[in-house]
Design a protein around this ligand. Structure first.
Ligand code: FA5
Length: 341
């Protein structure tokens, strides 16, 4: 029986040192020390051994059991260390690798132009006021002197949301809100999105305007010209000049379209100029003296109260500033385009 124990022990020690993984080692352990393992089977047979032999065989079996357990422990430690090494090796981080830079966005050219316009005019004392994009037909049209049968309604193809409710077609809708909510003097700027059923390289169904309104005693056309000259110089450079051409908007009288001198030609129009097409001037906004009917409707009846208003398309200003050929590029969300600003 001792010889059998020795044979099992020697064989198991070999198997332990050959076990290549923790799972294989566990199998060896179960095969020798488990309930039905080889050593346990031998020990079950101790009953048939004579009492004088039994202590010797028992001691030998215990000795092998201890040796096997020690060998299992040592091999287990070695396999665990190897497994840890392998894991550390496979999960190794190369901290010296340059990281991928996060993608940083930039302010949209329309946002940049709006902020620039507001910042310049705020220095002249204008406060920002906003109004809703979903507006009543009354404030968008009737209150600014465009009654239902007025032909000017056709010039601003309108998205109606329901009877009497529409997406505002211009920021002039805020004029009456401003005059009704505060007493004079009123000196406000209203930046915001407006909507018209319109789409080509220079027109978009959604675009942005900045409206300006100044009502006070004795406000004159020359004040309007002064404010807009200052805006043009700040936006387009110290040499920029403006000119006013008579025009018609129902909410102002007189009304004007305002051009700025081409910043490319600098007062000497060139035939091939890409910016002004050789005219030397660029149209930037509509303006005029607030129609007396608007002042009256707002309840501003003090003698001598006058005002001016102007409204500009922000996309148009951004297109001029950055020489953007097609307005639709601004709303396609193409990062290659947007990254340039
Ligand atoms: C108006 O909207 C007037 N409310 C402006 C005004 C205010 C005049 C106060 C007088 C006093 P107009 O329809 O011309 O005017 O539009 C003003 C500017 O908006 C245009 O010069 C143009 O730059 C821009 N614009 C008009 N339609 C579009 C469009 N579909 N897409 C992009 N920009 C547009």
């Amino acid at each position: 029986m001792i010889a059998k124990l020795d044979a099992i022990g020697e064989q198991v020690l070999k198997e332990i040192s050959a076990a290549a993984s923790l799972e294989a080692l566990e199998q060896v352990r179960v095969s020798v020390l488990g309930k039905k393992g080889a050593l346990s089977e031998v020990l079950k047979g101790l009953g048939s051994v004579g009492p004088e032999e039994r202590p010797r065989i028992g001691a030998a079996a215990n000795e092998w059991k201890r040796k096997i357990e020690d060998a299992l422990e040592v091999r287990k430690g070695a396999l665990e260390a190897a497994a840890l090494d392998a894991r550390l090796q496979s999960e190794r981080l190369d901290v010296s690798l340059p990281s991928r830079l996060p993608h940083r966005g930039t302010l949209h050219p329309v946002t940049q132009a709006t902020r620039r316009i507001v910042e310049i005019l705020a220095r002249l004392g204008f406060d920002v006021m906003t109004g809703p994009e979903i507006e009543t037909e009354f404030l968008n049209f009737d209150a600014v002197n465009i009654p239902a049968d007025h032909p000017a309604r056709d010039m601003q193809d309108t998205f109606f949301m329901g009877p009497g409710v529409l997406l505002r077609t211009h920021t002039s809708s805020v004029q009456m809100r401003a005059m009704r909510s505060q007493s004079w003097p009123v000196r406000i700027l209203c930046p915001g999105a407006v909507y018209r059923c319109d789409s080509d390289a220079t027109h978009s169904p959604m675009f942005h305007q900045v409206e300006g309104l100044w009502v006070d005693r004795g406000v004159k056309m020359s004040d309007l010209k002064g404010v807009l000259s200052c805006l043009a110089r700040e936006l387009f450079g110290a040499e920029a000049k403006i000119r006013l051409r008579p025009s018609y908007f129902p909410f102002v009288e007189p009304g004007a379209e305002v051009d700025v001198s081409c910043f490319q030609c600098k007062g000497a129009p060139k035939a091939g100029c890409r910016i002004c097409k050789g005219t030397g001037w660029l149209e930037i906004l509509g303006a005029g003296m607030v129609h007396p009917r608007l002042l009256e409707m707002a309840g501003f009846r003090e003698p001598g109260l006058t005002g001016f208003a102007f409204g500009m398309g922000v996309e148009r200003i951004a297109m001029l500033l950055h020489e953007i050929p097609d307005l639709r590029l601004m709303f396609q969300g193409d990062v290659r385009f947007l990254k340039q600003f």
